[in-house]
Design a protein around this ligand. Structure first.
Ligand SMILES: [Fe+2]
Ligand SMILES: [Fe+2]
Length: 308
């Protein structure tokens, strides 16, 4: 009898809470990504001396999320709720959680607090995280940090000095063919491709930065030597982070990463489309010449040259 392939995920689902490392657990859920596969949407629970929830999951699985959380811990025991950034997949159940957790203070960045206010969310229990500080949780300190890439400028991750756990927010996420319970279960080629695809969508600016500086950021992450890496969009990475860092490096620090053809919404691509349209409309080949594919695009297409 031939085993049938699992049916594609049609709606977001919540998965059971899993231990990760030290005092950390993951509350995993999965989102279908039409035409591409599935994406993990994780939040995390620290059951230390001062318990902390990191992000608050998807609204689409709200009842299942709250059930999983309350099974894992009495929310009244939560002392902190860390909000990495204000994207919907990270604050989906914030209102419900804060209502159940009257003793919790919300930790987020200055910009994150501002976005909460703009969105009409309750910011009265927010304590903003200041650059260069450490967060004292009684039995451990967290060092706030900006992950090597992200999709919202308020994003803050951290390094837990006690358990040597890195929380990287949206960095290192990957869209996968199927949901995976463990990082080790993901085929390497699927991980590399999914990581490249997702980072292209979620942090398209990576194609515009200096690859040497980005490589230095990745190297700095490697020097942290985390025992586990928590990311919003991949099962927790336990053990050596090196292969994953290599995948990110291969995706964005190689010469091919700068190819405008790989970025269909890039300004270079838009210029080529404008040039083609202008040429057809006016019989003017000048813009088309300027926007010809290749290195000359960046060298010659300036506002001044277009205005001549
Ligand atoms: Fe995000
Ligand atoms: Fe996210």
């Amino acid at each position: 009898m031939v085993a049938s392939a699992p049916a594609p995920l049609a709606v977001p689902v919540m998965s059971p809470v899993q231990p990760v490392a030290g005092d950390w657990s993951v509350l995993p859920s999965w989102l279908p990504v039409p035409g591409m596969g599935v994406l993990a949407a994780n939040s995390f629970l620290l059951r230390g001396r001062q318990p902390m929830l990191v992000d608050t999951g998807l609204l689409a699985v709200s009842d299942a999320y709250i059930a999983a959380l309350t099974e894992a811990i009495d929310p009244a025991d939560l002392r902190w709720i860390w909000i990495s950034h204000l994207d919907a997949d990270h604050v989906g159940n914030l209102d419900r959680v804060t209502a159940l957790a009257p003793n919790a203070t919300v930790l987020t960045s200055f910009l994150g607090a501002g976005k909460m206010q703009v969105a009409g969310m309750d910011a009265s229990r927010v304590q903003t995280i200041e650059p260069g500080t450490r967060i004292d949780l009684g039995d451990r300190e967290l060092v706030p940090l900006r992950p090597p890439y992200y999709d919202a400028p308020e994003t803050l991750g951290f390094f837990d000095l006690h358990d040597r756990v890195l929380f990287a927010a949206d960095a290192f996420g990957a869209v996968l063919p199927d949901a995976a319970e463990r990082y080790a279960d993901i085929p390497r080629h699927a991980l590399a491709e999914g990581l490249r695809n997702w980072s292209s969508l979620d942090a398209p600016w990576l194609s515009q930065i200096d690859p040497r500086r980005f490589a230095a950021s990745l190297a700095a992450v490697g020097c942290l030597t985390p025992l586990a890496t928590l990311t919003g969009h991949l099962p927790p990475v336990t053990g050596d982070l090196g292969p994953l860092l290599e995948d990110v490096h291969d995706a964005w620090c190689r010469p091919a990463a700068a190819d405008p053809a790989l970025m269909p919404f890039s300004l270079e691509s838009a210029l080529a489309a404008v040039a083609a349209g202008s040429s057809r409309a006016r019989g003017d080949a000048r813009l088309h010449d300027i926007a010809a594919p290749g290195p000359s695009v960046q060298a010659t297409a300036t506002p001044a040259s277009l205005a001549r």
